[in-house]
Design a protein around this ligand. Structure first.
Ligand SMILES: NC(=O)c1ccc[n+]([C@@H]2O[C@H](COP(=O)([O-])OP(=O)(O)OC[C@H]3O[C@@H](n4cnc5c(N)ncnc54)[C@H](OP(=O)(O)O)[C@@H]3O)[C@@H](O)[C@H]2O)c1
Length: 309
């Protein structure tokens, strides 16, 4: 009999990659959740044979219904959906930093996912997409890396739940290769007079930064975590040497990307270079479980950059 994986966030980068990996695997059925089952992306997954159901991370009843009969659940929350939502700016407390509000909401949503997964008797593995606890591992130096700490605290919460702790593993996604050039950031390569390209970025050009081809590799990483014993903290990354670029300090990066975005992104890089992107807990790396990751060279060879050239 087929097993069932339920994928909240299937219309996104991580969930989509997980779904593609499982759709190629014999013996698995895939159910995806979305806030809008009529959206174009929901229809595309339906056409690929995925059972699409409506669920909202804010609504625990919708999650419990969506998770029924699951053998595996892949959980991911999206800090940036909350950040971009105009309603968030209305709902946050008057003096509250928007990024702190997003931290509170993302943590609450991740707890809803964990509480719902804990109620599913058929569940064998819950894999949650986490990040390092930046406040803890930087000893308070980076105490406002809210998109990281929210996910780290969600791990602590999941591990506190009887019925879930022994089925739980986490996976940390490194920075997506497409983020610096597809997200409209200052890191988008700019053509110079001499025909070369330069990017504006933060941090030391000498320190490697962990990257990931989220579309090609993340799904097989999650599959590997599912197949391994529980209790894993898997770091889905392929280090890339930083190289030469127009290096700016954090204050300048924040000016270029105002509203909290520049600080979250900029401090994320600084934290990674000073304390390690994945934090201080022991992690399992792809090569230890025989997972081959797309190199930066291969990513570049296989990617159409014409939009920015
Ligand atoms: N970009 C990077 O380099 C990077 C690196 C490491 C970690 N991350 C983390 O990855 C996370 C985002 O994952 P992603 O890149 O896969 O996201 P994404 O591509 O932006 O997709 C977001 C997904 O979340 C779903 N979603 C958002 N809010 C929801 C809600 N209230 N209820 C139900 N579903 C909701 C969306 O579904 P519908 O719209 O269909 O409802 C969509 O499938 C972020 O938290 C980020 O911090 C990113």
């Amino acid at each position: 009999m087929s097993k069932l994986i339920v994928i909240p966030g299937i219309t996104g980068a991580q969930g989509g990659s997980v779904a593609n990996a499982y759709l190629k695997s014999r013996g698995w059925k895939v159910r995806g959740t979305t806030r809008n089952v009529s959206s174009e992306s929901a229809k595309i997954w339906k056409a690929k044979g995925v059972e699409m159901v409506q669920a909202n991370f804010d609504d625990i009843n919708s999650l419990v219904a969506a998770f029924q009969n699951a053998n595996v659940i892949f959980g991911v929350t999206d800090f940036w959906t909350i950040f971009k939502d105009e309603e968030s700016h209305k709902r946050k407390k008057a003096n509250q930093d928007i990024t702190h509000y997003c931290f509170e909401v993302e943590l609450m949503q991740a707890k809803n996912l964990a509480d719902s997964a804990a109620q599913i008797p058929t569940l064998e593995r819950y894999v949650f997409s986490s990040m390092a606890n930046a406040s803890k591992w930087s000893h308070g130096k980076f105490s406002r890396l809210y998109h990281m700490d929210s996910k780290a605290l969600a791990v602590d919460y999941a591990l506190s739940l009887p019925g879930l702790q022994e089925k739980f593993s986490q996976i940390q996604a490194a920075i997506y290769y497409n983020l610096p050039w597809e997200w409209g950031l200052p890191t988008t390569p700019q053509k110079q007079n001499d025909g070369s390209y330069n990017i504006t970025a933060i941090g030391s050009g000498d320190a490697p930064i962990p990257f990931l081809d989220v579309h090609r590799d993340f799904g097989s990483c999650v599959q590997t975590v599912v197949n391994a014993a529980p209790g894993i903290n898997f770091f889905a990354s392929q280090n890339v040497p930083h190289g030469k670029y127009n290096q700016v300090p954090l204050e300048k990066f924040e000016e270029l990307l105002p509203g909290g975005l520049g600080r979250e992104f900029g401090e994320n890089v600084l934290f990674a270079q000073q304390f390690g992107y994945e934090g201080g807990d022991p992690v399992v790396r792809p090569r230890e479980l025989g997972v081959k990751m797309t190199t930066f060279r291969d990513y570049c060879d296989q990617t159409d950059f014409s939009r920015i050239l």
